[in-house]
Design a protein around this ligand. Structure first.
Ligand code: GAR
Length: 187
């Protein structure tokens, strides 16, 4: 199974996937890592691991449609079986979803369908939930929507900040993502 991983930020989930592939516990090939912006730690991690790394910089394109087309071309060139949105903070176009229908997987730091969007951890805390968690799902053209594959609950502690809670969610999220990828790789 070949995957392309898309990142926007620090890429800690990406690192967990890189490490699991390297130690032989995850039977897949990371064909490439792509980002929507340059100079992120995620891009650095990918390059450091010797992976094909590409940036389709949102700011370099005159229109959204041009960026959509460039992203689709860049990802499709690697002929991935699955595309993983791992902290990729952009909604992709319907053309992208169609090209990878049922093969575009997203990870999110909340128990969807609650608290979608860029601030899933903050929004869950603001609501006052006592349990939140993470979700891995097949992404469609919406914001963190599409069929859920797996979820892990994480208890909110009274003294949590957004950062401490997100860090605990990310520990669960890495494990869940790797488990889902292993299941997909094994059919
Ligand atoms: C992860 O928690 C991921 O679920 C979240 O961004 C973080 C990226 O962390 N994604 C979303 O919020 C998508 N709506 P990382 O760059 O360290 O892997």
């Amino acid at each position: 199974m070949r995957i392309v991983v898309l990142v926007s930020g620090t890429g800690s989930n990406l690192q967990a996937v890189i490490d699991a592939v390297a130690d032989g516990s995850l039977p897949l090939e990371i064909a490439a890592v792509g980002a929507d912006r340059p100079d992120t730690f995620g891009v650095e991690r990918s390059a450091a691991a010797g992976l094909d790394t590409f940036v389709v910089n949102f700011k370099d394109y005159a229109t959204r449609t041009d960026w959509d087309a460039a992203l689709l071309d860049a990802v499709a060139a690697y002929k991935p079986d699955y595309v993983i949105s791992s902290g990729f903070m952009r909604i992709v176009a319907p053309s992208f979803i169609n090209a990878f229908a049922g093969r575009y997987v997203n990870t999110h730091p909340a128990l969807l369908p609650s608290f979608p969007g860029a601030h899933g951890v903050r929004d869950a805390m603001a609501y006052g939930v006592k349990v939140t968690g993470c979700t891995v799902h097949f992404a469609d053209a919406g914001v963190d929507t599409g069929p859920i594959i797996a979820q892990t609950p994480v208890t909110v502690r009274p003294d949590d900040t957004e950062d401490t809670l997100h860090e605990r969610i990310k520990v669960a999220e890495r494990e869940l993502l790797i488990q889902v990828l292993a299941d997909l790789a094994r059919g």
